[in-house]
Write a protein that binds this ligand. Structure first.
Ligand SMILES: Nc1ncnc2c1ncn2[C@@H]1O[C@H](COP(=O)(O)OP(=O)(O)OP(=O)(O)O)[C@@H](O)[C@H]1O
Ligand SMILES: [Mg+2]
Length: 355
């Protein structure tokens, strides 16, 4: 069973539907009651893995600022139809890489292609298929969001009728008549997301698209990214907040100090780093304490306590031994849960290893 967010073609509102790959279902818009049907695509990931055509190819990219190597011989390829996450801590070189892909800065060395067009030899063709959301979005402060969107529609020769639905899609309809100069940082970011979607480009490059947004809008942007990808777009986006990219990226490249330190699916990263699932044991009256009985157990690799929860990492064959020890020490176990490793765990381990 897969879930999808689809847009009503009439009122442009979004709804979540569920079904199996290849299944055709009847859909009624909960907002305007428009009826239609939707066919779930066949398994997408299988076909993505099979494709050998790339939307973005970065080969041996190096960028030096005075004596600082911001990007150091970086190579990665983004497949067509893929959501690719460029991850790394602050200052890792994400924005520099993105700017080099878009020829906004001059790289010292390296070869970059967008949709098979070399950015140096066929720069215009390479860039015309890309929608770019910069890290720091800036608009004319005296314009309203609608005027701003109309301005960009004119610039790119797109019909202005797309402006209002896009403003609604990012949740800015209540601010449609206000001046952008009075917008909060998050609101400007949302307008940036609406603006980048104007021409429905086949490739999106988004530099920290969720930066500065609260949890509700992070969810909205994640859903937008998923929706654009389901419509066929390739998306490269950067982030230093791992929870933002988890579960939506097909693959991730992790960079640190300008160098690639890993590139794979989140699942494979966890596998080869041998990050084990953690046990979350809820214990009555634990009060955030790690008992000596646990500290002394050699089979435990990491242990941590918060409030009434104890977090333990160990080989799965030793789990029952841990539980027995806790019970023998007279602790009352209310619940035991297994937490699967996250991208956060992989990221921390990789950065530590790189240091
Ligand atoms: N124009 C510039 N001149 C000098 N140094 C720069 C310039 N732009 C970036 N840098 C440096 O290059 C390094 C990489 O910066 P970059 O902005 O690419 O990092 P980032 O991964 O995008 O970080 P963040 O998550 O904070 O946005 C940093 O040390 C930064 O100070
Ligand atoms: Mg950046």
């Amino acid at each position: 069973m897969v879930s999808k967010t689809i847009m009503c073609p009439k009122c442009k509102s979004h709804m979540k539907i569920e079904g199996n790959p290849g299944e055709k279902i009847n859909v009624t818009c909960s907002n305007c009651n428009t009826k239609g049907f939707f066919t779930f695509p066949e398994e997408k990931h299988a076909s993505k893995k099979e494709t050998d055509s790339f939307a973005i190819e970065v080969n041996g990219l190096t960028k030096i600022f005075k004596d600082l190597k911001a990007v150091n011989n970086l190579s990665f390829k983004v497949r067509k139809g893929e959501i690719f996450g460029l991850l790394g801590p602050n200052g890792a070189g994400k924005t520099t890489t993105i700017k080099a892909i878009l020829s906004l800065i001059h790289a010292n060395s390296g070869k970059i292609k967008i949709n098979e067009f070399d950015i140096k030899e066929e720069g215009i063709k390479a860039r015309e298929s890309v929608g770019y959301l910069p890290e720091r979005v800036a608009f004319y402060p005296n314009l309203t969001p609608l005027q701003t969107m109309h301005f960009f529609c004119e610039l790119w020769g797109v019909d202005k009728s797309v402006a209002k639905p896009l403003i609604k899609e990012v949740g800015l309809e209540d601010a449609i008549g206000r001046k952008v100069g009075n917008f909060s940082k998050g609101m400007v970011q949302l307008l940036g997301v609406a603006q980048v979607m104007i021409g429905k480009p086949p490739v999106y490059i988004l530099d920290e698209p969720m930066g500065g947004l609260d949890a509700r809008w992070v969810k909205t942007i994640r859903e937008k990214i998923k929706m654009l990808n389901e419509e066929g777009a390739t998306i490269l986006f950067s982030s230093h907040i791992l929870s933002e990219v988890e579960n939506i990226c097909d693959r991730v490249a992790i960079i640190n100090k300008g160098k690639l330190i890993a590139k794979d699916t989140v699942e494979n990263l966890n596998k080869y780093l041998k990050i084990k699932p953690r046990l979350e044991i809820t214990i009555k009256d634990l009060d955030g304490k790690v008992h000596n009985v646990i500290k002394d157990l050699k089979v435990i690799e990491t242990v941590d306590a918060k409030d009434n929860k104890l977090f333990v990492t160990c080989e799965s064959s030793f789990r029952s031994q841990v539980i027995t020890k806790l019970e023998e020490a007279g602790l009352k176990i209310d619940n035991i849960k297994t937490i699967e490793p996250s991208l956060e765990d992989a990221f921390v381990k990789l950065i530590e290893r790189d240091m």
